[in-house]
Design a protein around this ligand. Structure first.
Ligand code: 4HQ
Length: 307
């Protein structure tokens, strides 16, 4: 049974028909508009939420050390200073000595079993770590026995919200600290340092520059060597002729496709010459592979390339 309106439509005056048609189009229009508006507002909200999820990341570093002044100088300048001002990173420095309970604020003691050197006492470190860490904090200790820090570990750590870095001194820390409070041991390379402060600065620096917004908008971290899996191409700036040394013509040509190709090929050339091991893990296009075949016919990698 059609609605009353349609049953009697033929009996309506032409004026009424005209009016009802107008109402109908307006009704459809408004309905459509409001539907569109709701859809549009929904889209915008969704995008904002997505952008917040992917873009606005902030990371909080806490650092336990016996020498907080060593670190503050580095963090209170240039890029990391601005990153802190912009609330992209937060760095809390904590002196382990502040967590001692004895009159002389002693943090080290002689090793059981004898032998030389000193060991960091467990009590100040337990108290410091337990008071500084939150539920989701990832606790890192620096030692040559750890996993060797690299760009992919930096990337992994940049996804975490809270990192607690423990810097040791002397011969090391009481093994019970390691066993119960440390989530991960990291080394910054196969050499021996006097403390974990430099490794902490290295880690904070490498991880912070991966946080969106820490580097300027046009210089993101995506093009870094190690992020692309290749070494970087050579860079030049003014003057075009410096003491008789010329800048490659292609860079002055303004031809962006040629420039991109030249840079890619120079990246491949450098990587092949200096770090051929990196080519095995790099993502290479057909054109890259073709260029590498040519390269390999021309020149072998440098003698000490793997060093
Ligand atoms: N350490 N990468 C701190 C290192 C080191 C490294 C030796 C750690 C001395 C006190 N840490 N202790 N290499 O050489 O992270």
């Amino acid at each position: 049974m059609p609605p009353y309106f349609l049953q009697h439509y033929s009996e309506f005056s032409s004026e009424a028909k005209q009016l009802s048609k107008q109402w109908l189009t307006q009704l459809i229009l408004y309905g459509g508009m409001s539907h569109f508006c709701r859809w549009f507002v929904g889209r915008v909200t969704m995008r904002t939420i997505q952008e917040r999820k992917t873009k606005i990341i902030m990371i909080h570093f806490d650092i336990l050390t016996l020498f907080p002044d060593m670190l503050s100088a580095y963090f209170e300048d240039s890029i990391l200073k601005r990153a802190q001002e912009n609330q992209l990173i937060q760095i809390g420095l904590h002196n382990i000595r502040d967590y001692t309970t004895d009159k002389h604020h002693i943090v080290d003691d002689t090793p059981f079993g004898g032998g030389g050197g000193m060991v960091m006492k467990p009590d100040p470190l337990f108290r410091a770590i337990e008071s500084v860490r939150a539920d989701n904090t990832h606790v890192i200790f620096f030692s040559p026995q750890g996993r060797v820090f690299n760009q992919s570990i930096a990337q992994e750590l940049s996804q975490r919200g809270n990192l607690l870095l423990v810097c040791g001194r002397y011969e090391g820390v009481d093994e019970r600290v390691r066993e119960t409070l440390i989530d991960e041991e990291l080394s910054i390379g196969d050499y021996v340092l006097t403390g974990g402060e430099l490794p902490a600065m290295v880690l904070v620096d490498a991880v912070s520059r991966l946080i969106p917004g820490v580097l300027g908008a046009e210089h993101g971290a995506a093009q870094d060597s190690h992020a692309t899996g290749l070494l970087e191409h050579p860079h030049y700036t003014r003057p075009a002729n410096f003491r008789g040394m010329e800048v490659p013509d292609v860079l002055l040509s303004g031809h962006h496709a040629n420039i991109d190709q030249w840079r890619r090929q120079e990246s491949l050339r450098r990587t092949w010459q200096r770090r051929p091991d990196m080519l095995e893990r790099a993502a290479l296009s057909k054109a890259d592979k073709k260029f590498l075949v040519q390269l390999k016919q021309q020149a072998p990698p440098a003698e000490d390339a793997d060093g």
